[in-house]
Each structure stands twice: as C-alpha cells, then as structure tokens.
Design a protein around this ligand. Structure first.
Ligand code: FAD
Length: 1007
C-alpha cells in the first residue's frame, strides 16, 4: 500500500472537518433504505437484528419475481419463515400460518407483498426502460445530480443474449443522446476544471457482452470484448458522451482492463477523454493496477476517468477463494480495504493529469479523505467527482452537492427479475455489520469513531494475507495433517495459463514431429519392463492421424505372469506397516504434482479433454493418493472393541490378496490412480489393465509409482484386449477382487464371471464396480434459470458428455419450461466446438471411433423419438459429435432410459414435482441427479425421494471432489462404496476380530 495517510496530522484534521461538515449538512435525515415506511412493518429491523431472518428475507426477495400466483407466494412465505427449527417473531409466524394459500386473504396479502417488492426495487432502479428512466433522470438533473445509467440484465448465457444486450446499450445511448440536450444548462454538472463533462454517461457490465468470457481464453476474450464494445465506444465518442466499464468479479478484471486499453488505443479513439473504468480498492493488487493504468494513459496521451469504489463482490470473492483453495484476491479486514481506498484516492489525485478521480462511496470518512487530499493538492472541487448509487444515501448526496461537489448517481435500468439480484446485493451491503451506512444511521456510532482513520485488526483476527492452499511438495506420513483438495489451476493467473500452454505446445510439437511415438510403452510385470511383439497406437481423437504414443499389449501368458509376480509380492507388501505404504502414495502424489502441466497436456491430446477438465483430472488423481494414504493410516491404527474386564478384543484389517484393476478412459489419470492406490495402500498387489484409448496416461501413473518406490510386483501393468487379458484376469482363480469402472454391459458380465467359484479358488471374489447412469436434473418452477441453464449445459456437454455423472435428461416443470428451453437452446448454440488444445473450446471430440458410432447412433434415436431443438454440426477430421438437444421426450422413450456417453440431452416436460420425481427415478440407474429450486419444501422432499448416489442441489451434477463429495451410485449404477469417501478402503480389506481371554486363575490385568 502507498503512503500511510494516518500519520499526517493536518490531513486528519481536514478529514475530520470535512466529514463533520457532511454529517452536519446531512442533518437528521435517514437514507430511505433504513426508513421504516419503505419496508413492510418491522422487516428491516428484524433483518438487522437476526441474521437467520435476514437470510430468509433476502432469499424471498431473490425468488420473488419467479412466483407467478398468490398460492405460490403464500407457499414460499410459509416455507421461508415457518419452518419448525426457526425462531422468528411469533406473531409474524402465526400470521403466516393462519393464511390458507388459496384463500382471499392470501390473494390480498400476495398483492400487497408484490406491490411492496416492486416499490422496493423501484427505490433502487430508475426505470424498466430507458424511456421510463428519462423522467427520473431529468428530475434528478433538475435537483442538481448528474447520472450514469447501467442496464440490468440476466446472466448472459448465449451469443444472442450478449448481442441483445449490446443492442440495448446502443439504444440507451441513442435515447439519452436524443433527450439530454433538451435539458436546461447546469454548469456545475457540466464543467470541471479540466474541461467540459458530457451530460450523457453510461456504465457497461462487460461480462454481459460475451457469454463465453473466461480468463482461460484470455486473448479470445479480449478480442471478443473489443469487438462488442468498440461500436459502443465509437457511438459514445460520436455523441460526445461518456462510457464507463464497470468491473465485476476479479476473474474478469484483467480482461476488462486489457479490453479497455486495446479499445482506447485504436486510432479513432486516441484523443477520446470521456472513457472510464472502475478500480476496486478491496483488491490487493488495485494500487498496482492504477499505477499501470496511469503509465498506459500517459503513453496514450489522453486521460481516462477512474471510478474508485471498494467493490461489490466481497462475499463472492472470499467464498469462491475458500472453496477453491485459491489465494483470496480481496482484503479480509475491512480497515485494510478502507486504508487502501485512501491510498488509491491519493494516487489518483497525484496523477490526475492522466487518471481523473471519481469517488464512488457512501462512507463519509472515505469521501472526506478524498476531498481533503484533493484540497491539499490544490485541486478545485469541480476536479473531484463524487458518485453514489441511485436510491441510496440520499442525505449524503445532498450534503456533498451542497458542498459544491459534482454528484453523479449510478442509476440502474431494467426489469424486475435481474433487478432483484441487484436489489439483494444492495440490501446485503446496507445491512452488513461492516457497512458504513448501517454504522452511521442504524447503529448510530459516534462521529469521531466514524471519521477515525482505518485501524486494521491486530493479532489473530488480522488479515492474514491472500492465503490459498499451497500443498507441501511431499506429505510426511508421520504427520500428514488433514486432507485438503489439490487446488485447481487458477487460470486468472497468467503464470497458470502460460505454464500449461508451454506443456501443451511442447507435446503438440512432439506429436507433430513423430517423437511421441518413438519410445514405446512397455508392459510392467514384477518390476520389469516387457516389450511384446504386438503394439498398438494411441491417437489424438481430435485428429486420429496424429499418434500420441505406441504401446505394447499382452495376452493370456502375460496375464498369468503378472498374476505370479503379484502373488510373489504379496507377503512382503502386506507386512509393510500401513504408514510406509501410505508414504509411497504421498511420494507418488509428489511425482504427479511435479509434472502436473505435462500430465494435463497429455490428456488434452490422448483423450481430447479441454484444459480445465484435464487439470481437474490430475488434481483428482493427486487427491486420491493423498486421501487414501491418510485413510490407511487411520484404518491401520489398532482398534480395541468393547470394554469388559478379563477380555481383550481387537479389530484389525488385513489385505485381501491380488486384485485386478480395469480402468476407464474418461478420467484417464484420476480413476485409475484412485482404484490402484486404494487397493495397493491396503496391502494388495494389483494387475492394472488400462483402457484402450488412454494407455499413455496410465503409463505415466505407473512411472509415478515407480518413482515413489513401490516394490516390484505390487503394481503390474498390462495393456491388452479386454476380451483376452481382462477376461483371463477376472476368471483367474487367484484373483481376490476386481475393481472396475466402465459400461454397464461389461460390468454386469464381470459380476457374473466373478461369482463362479471352484475348488482351486481361495475365496469368493469381490467386485467393486462403478457403472453408468441416466442422470436427470429437475428444474422447478421457481428455479433461478441463470443458474439452471448454465449448470445443465455444463453438466450435459462438459467433456462432450463423457462423464458417468453427466446430465442426460433434464426434467422441467411446466411453468418454467418455455423460458428454460429457449435459453437452453441459445446457450447450446453458443458453445465453442473445436480442438481441445484451443483454450476457447468448450466441447471437444468423443474419445474414439467406437464411441463415435455409438453416440451418433443414439443421437439418431433421440432425433426420431423427440423433436430436435439443437443439432450442432459434427466437425472433421476428429471424432466429433455436435451437441444435440431433443424435446418432447417421455419416460418410455429409449433415449430416456439408456445411457449415452456423449453430448446428447433429452428434455422432458413435467406437470408437477410428483411427475418429475417419478420420471427422474424411473430408470434402472441411480448415479447422480440434480435439482434447481428455491423452495425449501421442494428441496427437503427431493433430498428424501430422489434415488441417486450423488444429489446436487442448485449446482451442476458433475465435478465431485474427493472427500467433499464421495462418489458412486446404486441400483444398476454400480456396487460398492463411494470412491473418495471414508468407506472406500474397507472394500479392499478383510476385517478380523481377535478375542483373548486375559483372566488367569481369577486374575486379570487392568487393560
Ligand atoms: C457510483 C457507484 C458505482 C459502483 N460501481 C461498482 C463497480 O463497478 N464494481 C463494483 O464492484 N462495485 C461498484 N460499486 C459498489 C461499491 O463497491 C459498493 O457500493 C461499496 O463497496 C460500498 O462501499 P462504501 O465505501 O460505500 O461503504 P463501506 O461500508 O465503507 O464499505 C463496504 C465495503 O467494504 C468492503 N468490505 C466489507 N467487509 C470487508 C472485510 N471484512 N474485509 C475487507 N473489505 C470488506 C466491501 O467492498 C464492502 O462493499 C459502486 C458504488 C457506487 C457508489
């Protein structure tokens, strides 16, 4: 942070004086948001006193626009506020309970609430359309306030929505430019010391301009933003209007700044001075951004305006960083944000030749500091603009205006539904314990405290820096600590993008030059590499003429040799203490971590995984190693049972014997590593048969285990045809367990084959298999469709639908159906099909020619049984199947019952929740399922009744994480306990109880 302003005594005195003046001029007025007349009864009071009430209240505000009838409103009110576990004001709860949803009272009450909600939204939104807003803006202009207009919008999920949004902005500029010149002159609002100020001022949210905006595809994102924003800047320039780019979540910040600079560097905009951007002082790197922006503006030779704010996404940023284990981009101590705001204000004022300051805050201390700094620097008051939100902090606006500052109101325009999201953000901000307005006008803190310089917390409560989880290079088996998920690459960081790009380019070059195919991949039996005469190629599914690797395959003789090697290794390995076995897993995790980008790049080319998914797969593999290592240490501890004198009972676990691991290709490193590591750490030697499409990746796992020091014979690697090698191993009498992930047909055959016993079988084989699903997502009538459409698209088409957890049916309740389907269609049409190595690609090829034929066949079935909503073109030359969506699907259709491992989505229209649940449960499978709903009662019912192994509520139904979401299903979706969960290891162990009578001649030791 820059200058420590608090040490400057005379500045503090000026701040205090200016702050007191603001409070004095604000008088006794209370901002309308805290005014009880604005709210229904005591709702705001209760919201601020009771956090639980506030949550329910704001959730109701959020869902409200989707409630289409009085009974719906009455039902939601009861569900939000009358749950048995809640402790809300009794009179309020009784009043709600007494109302029958279909009664006249409910109708009247619903109408009143609707009116109230609309009034509330109107308090923050200047109008539904630009035309509506003009009246309000004019009124405010006459009262002495300038404006900037922002268009509220739903999340942009498709190109069409983005283009609509762009067109609405163009119309907004036209409407304002036509009307504003008719308004009377207002010199205070139209001139600064540095020159004229446009009347028309518009603020744009860039994320709405491109539905596929993603920091991973940084260059593509900047190019598209430039393309979409350039016409708006040109138009604004033509009208002599001001255009500002708002800054949203941190993931879009660098994209926004880059696009801003690129646009303003265009020759036709070089001298344009009326462009602005936002700086969020809660970001740790905001001051550095300002310094960089100043240097750029200087080079450009024309100034820009910077709206300095604290930042509106604090909760999102902190929660997101905690969930992902990423460094937190924002300060977590409010005083640090406040102090940084002051430092940024000082920087702007010092560099105002290039960066014109606009101070966006409702905090009197923050405002007064900027004013005092400006005065000290000799800046006339017209050189410092104050910006505040429409409908908020009116007394402060009035005070700043009376002091001679130009006050600009940020006025959102738009419909109620997107308006509610904006309203909830504002309500959160106003009622937050940390918020200045609440402290001033509700908690009535004394002025000296409010105007005091920011004091960062001390000790443990202090901001502890960006944090984030940095895994140790090597976990110590003696003290492994608690399990933490390996953080996914944060592609917001340029270094993460460059690191993976380098690996992708290097492998691409090796494949192109033929080097990748030169060193063949051997079998690995009894600790020795073995090269048979038979080889096969592993090819790139995006272009099968490209060879990613050549591997040797084995047959029955090699299967028998592998079994002998494994049997030979068993005694020593099972006698190895659990901690030592766990240490091998931790070292294998270290080996994977050290070649993480290389392993991800390999997935891009060998199975066609897009970058983000490839990285996630490597992380999951590391997670399995770290998790099962810790689990073995836990399970391996001696366990005493019962507590009676004279008897000692021990529960111990022993390994089962040789296991066969038959792995899939869709999570080519994670699943094979998970199955192998669990079996091995439990003391069992294994024979691993990799999937045909992904032997090179599987071999990399073997290399990591070798590097980790796994003894010879414990892990045997045997690529080969399933009919030969797989069948031989499954049937082998000495096989003690089979762990398989794959198709239903193969899995069921295996279960049958394993059930056969004979005189030379040392025991009954155990089969642990994870099979397919026909996963459904239910979309309720009150669902947030921004989330539901995005979540379904991600779950249905991520990795071209080739995940066992993928969504293949979406069951939409009647009243949400038309809107959902309309947006789903556009969102599917907007997905970028292409090479997995291209960062812009969201859908790549399917894995091989067999899958291609199968998925295309099922697509034909789908198109025959339903109506085609979307059928994207197949690309050439790879194994591409264009994402397809069909509607009108009924439960009896084959496409509603059979698993399709590809990008084909069936849409079903259900009359009500009963029907939706009946359909959702009406298949042989029970793997994953999803629900989008904002009704607590629906959520509670679906939790009980949806028969799936993994149920996801209000999020995509893919992407389970080790430990957090142990994964696996039942019915025909598999047998065995969940991978990545606390029961998984048990399947590889035999529990034994040993009881000893410790009493001798009437005497027994104490323990
Ligand atoms: C005209 C205008 C335009 C705006 N445009 C944008 C924009 O483009 N992008 C954007 O993100 N926001 C924007 N905002 C919203 C603005 O960020 C919030 O209104 C602002 O955060 C509230 O700050 P304050 O100074 O008024 O209040 P204060 O009550 O002093 O500050 C509250 C803010 O402090 C920060 N904070 C809260 N708790 C903590 C904590 N524990 N640790 C660290 N920091 C914390 C948060 O940023 C929170 O919003 C705009 C605001 C205005 C007035």
């Amino acid at each position: 942070m820059a200058a420590d302003l608090s040490r400057n005594g005379s500045l503090e005195a000026d701040i205090r004086e200016l702050g007191e003046r603001i409070f004095e001029l604000a008088g006794q007025d209370v901002p309308s948001v805290f005014d009880s007349r604005w709210w229904s009864g005591k709702v705001m009071d209760w919201s601020m006193k009771d956090e639980a009430f506030k949550v329910e209240m704001f959730r109701l505000v959020d869902v409200f626009p989707t409630l289409r009838s009085a009974p719906e409103i009455a039902r939601h009110l009861k569900e939000y506020f009358c749950r048995p576990e809640q402790d809300f004001p009794v009179a309020f709860q009784l009043g709600l309970k007494a109302v029958s949803p279909t009664s006249m009272v409910a109708k009247a009450a619903s109408a009143a609430i609707r009116k109230n909600m609309e009034a509330m939204a109107k308090g923050f939104i200047a109008g539904r359309t630009p035309e509506d807003a003009l009246t309000v803006l004019r009124k405010q202009w006459d009262a002495g306030y300038a404006f900037t207009v922002d268009l509220l919008g739903e999340a942009t999920l498709s190109q069409r929505e983005a283009l609509d949004y762009q067109a609405r902005y163009a119309e907004l500029l036209d409407a304002l430019a036509a009307e504003a010149p008719r308004w009377p002159d207002h010199p205070g609002l139209e001139r600064a010391d540095y020159g004229p100020i446009p009347r028309v001022n518009v603020s744009v949210k860039v994320s709405a301009m491109y539905s596929q905006l993603d920091p991973l595809d940084f260059d593509g994102g900047v190019a598209m933003l430039t393309e979409r924003l350039m016409p708006l800047f040109t138009k604004a320039h033509g009208y002599g209007a001001f255009l500002n780019l708002d800054v949203e979540q941190n993931k879009y910040k660098a994209l926004t700044y880059a696009a801003f600079k690129r646009i303003l560097d265009q020759p036709e905009l070089r001298g344009y001075e009326h462009a602005g951007i936002v700086c969020q002082a809660y970001l740790r790197d905001s001051l550095a951004d300002l310094q960089d922006l100043g240097r750029w503006a200087n080079r450009r030779g024309a100034p820009v305006t910077v709206r300095l704010v604290k930042g509106a996404y604090w909760d999102y940023e902190t929660i997101h960083a905690a969930q992902e284990g990423h460094a937190c981009p924002v300060y977590t101590d409010k005083a640090l944000t406040d102090a940084n705001f002051e430092a940024c204000a000082a920087h702007l004022i010092a560099n105002r030749r290039w960066l014109r300051p606009a101070i966006g805050s409702h905090n009197v201390r923050s405002l007064a500091t900027a004013m005092a700094l400006a005065r000290k620097a000799g800046v006339p008051d017209s050189g410092l603009e104050v910006q505040m939100l429409y409908g908020m902090a009116e007394p402060l606006k009035s005070a700043c205006r009376q002091m001679g500052y130009r006050v600009r109101e940020y006025a959102p325009v738009g419909d109620l539904i997107p308006g509610m999201a904006y309203l909830v953000r504002r309500l959160l901000e106003n009622t937050s314990n940390e918020g200045f307005l609440r402290a001033s006008f509700v908690d009535k803190e004394d002025v000296a405290t409010l105007l005091g310089s920011p004091r960062p917390r001390a000790g443990e409560a202090a901001d502890s820096g960006p944090g984030g989880y940095h895994p140790p290079a090597l976990t110590d088996a003696a003290a492994p600590g608690r399990f933490r998920n390996e953080p996914l690459r944060d592609f917001v960081e340029e270094s993460a993008r460059l690191g993976m790009a380098k690996a992708v380019e290097a492998l691409d070059a090796r494949i192109r030059s033929g080097k990748a195919a030169k060193k063949t991949i051997p079998l690995f039996i009894g600790g020795k590499e073995l090269r048979t005469d038979d080889t096969k190629q592993s090819v790139d599914p995006a272009d099968p003429s490209r060879v990613v690797g050549v591997y040797h395959i084995g047959g029955e003789a090699e299967a028998d040799a592998a079994m002998q090697a494994a049997l030979g290794a068993w005694p020593a390995w099972r006698a190895t203490p659990p901690k030592e076995r766990a240490a091998v897993l931790f070292r294998a995790a270290q080996a994977m971590r050290s070649r993480r980008d290389e392993l991800s790049a390999l997935q891009v080319f060998e199975v066609g995984k897009p970058w983000r998914e490839a990285d996630a797969d490597v992380c999951e593999a590391i997670d399995f190693l770290e998790y099962y290592g810790r689990e073995m240490i836990r399970v391996g501890r001696p366990r005493r049972m019962g507590d009676v004198p004279g008897e000692r009972n021990d529960l111990v676990y022993r390994s089962r014997g040789v296991g066969v691991v038959i792995a899939p290709w869709n999570f080519p490193l994670a699943i094979i590593t998970g199955m192998t590591s669990a079996a091995v750490v439990a003391g069992n030697p294994v024979i691993v048969k990799p999937a045909e499409p992904s032997p090179v990746i599987a071999w990399r796992m073997v290399e990591c285990f070798r590097e980790a020091g796994l003894p010879a014979g414990v892990l045997n690697f045997l690529p080969g045809p399933g009919r030969v090698v797989g069948a031989r191993l499954v049937d082998h009498p000495k096989t003690r367990f089979i762990v398989f992930t794959g198709s239903n047909a193969v899995g069921l055959n295996m279960v049958q084959a394993a059930a056969v016993t004979g005189p030379d079988h040392p025991g009954i084989k155990r089969v642990i298999c994870e099979l397919g699903g026909k996963n459904a997502v239910v979309v309720d009538s009150d669902a947030d469709l921004d989330e539901a459409v995005a979540g379904v698209v991600k779950a249905a088409f991520g990795f071209a639908g080739q995940k066992c957890s993928a969504c293949s049916r979406v069951i939409v309740l009647d009243s949400a159906y038309d809107e959902f389907v309309g947006r789903l269609k556009e969102a599917t049409l907007s997905l970028k099909l292409g090479l997995p190595s291209d960062t812009a690609t969201s859908v790549g090829p399917v894995v091989d020619h067999k899958q291609l034929a199968s998925v295309r066949g099922w697509r034909d079935v789908a198109c025959e049984e339903g109506e085609v909503l979307v059928r994207r073109e197949d690309l050439e030359p790879g194994y591409y199947v264009g994402p397809t969506v069909v509607t009108g699907i009924r439960p009896e259709h084959r496409i509603a019952q059979e698993e399709v491992f590809g990008p084909v989505l069936a849409v079903m229209r259900a009359a009500d929740l009963d029907e939706a649940l009946q359909w959702a449960n009406g298949t042989r499978f029970a793997l994953t399922g999803g629900l989008y709903s904002r009704s607590p009662a629906t959520i509670a019912r679906v939790r009980q009744e949806f028969e799936v192994g993994n149920l996801y509520i209000n999020r995509p139904c893919t992407g389970a994480l080790v430990e957090r979401q142990p994964f696996g299903g039942f019915k025909m979706s598999g047998v065995g306990s969940k991978a990545g969960g606390p029961d998984y290891l048990m399947q590889f162990l035999e529990p034994r109880t040993i009881t000893e009578n410790t009493m001798r001649r009437g005497f027994a030791p104490d323990v």
